[in-house]
Ligand binder design. Structure first.
Ligand code: NAP
Length: 294
């Protein structure tokens, strides 16, 4: 980093446990430098949940401009905020805190980042199949609900968890038709509209080093897709994406979801809108970070 840090430099940072392997500085610092904004981003290790309130109050007292929040504090942080964005409150998780009068306001740019990644690829579809029912799938469910998806299928190993996610999504988006199915039934998706689906892969299966694994191997599933989005970004070319490509289906890994959650947080903190070239600088920062990890 060649950016000069002075007495006027604003500070943003990540809180979580652990934070040592975070990728976020690799997004925010190149972006600040490319945009000529006097801001530095670093990581703050918050050891235990009992320290969370003190950490938030301390950050505010130290004039810290904004924070990202990661595992395990995305929900636990909420009682310490002065305001919470409506969708972040519905999702029940905040990954971005923005300094306001008297404290921080919480947002969820994880779901916004996924929406941006899918919309940038022009991949949104009226039928969506979520693979998984954990935290990433929950964010994806809110993308579907807020973007007017008509038919949602949730495939999960543990069907009860898929049912809980469906029930909660229906409370927020009663107009959405939602079905839950076991992963083993992936080859027989219901036929709606053009019969095709945007698939959003939200399980851990295929994550490095387990790169030969995929949550679904049945070609009949992949033949039904209009686009395949895998939230995993290490590796960039997952087995899930390879199986989709083998059926002629285009797709992308989760790197842009990750990138956009950072860029959107940055926009909230600074009130700026990076150009495409500036976003590309951040994307390259992220790629360099991944290359160093290998
Ligand atoms: P999570 O809440 O722990 O959910 C894990 C999901 O994977 C559950 O649906 C779980 O099914 C399923 N699963 C795990 N192991 C399985 C197995 N052996 N067989 C079948 N299903 C299995 O995790 P998460 O936070 O949603 O994260 C999921 C993935 O998304 C991770 O790989 C993470 O890296 C990625 N992610 C990416 C971004 C990004 O910015 N690109 C952001 C968030 C997450 P059960 O319910 O049956 O246990």
């Amino acid at each position: 980093m060649s950016q000069e840090i002075t007495g006027t430099t604003r500070v943003c940072g990540l809180i979580g446990n652990p934070v040592q392997h975070t990728f976020s500085p690799a997004i925010h610092n190149p972006l600040a430098e490319a945009m000529g904004i006097d801001l530095v981003y670093t990581a703050f290790h918050v050891q235990d949940p009992e320290s969370l309130g003190t950490a938030i109050a301390g950050a505010y007292a130290l004039n810290i401009l904004g924070m990202n929040v990661t595992v395990p504090y995305k929900s636990q942080v909420m009682p310490y905020l002065v305001e919470i964005d409506e969708t972040a409150a519905a999702i029940g998780a905040c990954n971005t805190l923005v300094r306001t009068e008297g404290g921080y306001k919480g947002y969820n740019t994880d779901y916004l980042g996924l929406a941006r990644a899918i919309e940038s690829a022009d991949a949104m579809h009226e039928n969506v199949v979520l693979v998984g029912a954990g935290g990433a799938a929950r964010a994806a469910g809110f993308v579907c609900g807020t973007r007017g998806v008509r038919h949602l299928v949730i495939l999960n190993r543990t069907i009860a968890k898929a049912g809980e996610l469906a029930d909660d999504l229906l409370r927020h988006f009663p107009q959405m038709d939602i079905q839950v199915m076991p992963l083993s039934a992936a080859g027989s998706l219901p036929a709606y509209g053009d019969g095709r689906y945007l698939a959003i892969q939200c399980t851990n299966i295929g994550l490095a080093p387990d790169v030969d694994a995929a949550p679904i191997t049945d070609p009949a599933f992949y033949q039904r897709l209009s686009y395949a989005y895998d939230c995993i970004y290490t590796p960039e070319e997952t087995r899930f994406l390879q199986l989709a490509a083998a059926q002629g289906v285009a797709g992308a890994c989760g790197i842009d979801m990750l990138l956009w959650q950072g860029v959107l947080a940055y926009e909230l903190w600074t009130g700026t809108h990076p150009t495409d070239d500036e976003v590309e600088v951040a994307r390259q920062g992220l790629r360099r970070h991944f290359a160093r990890q290998v």
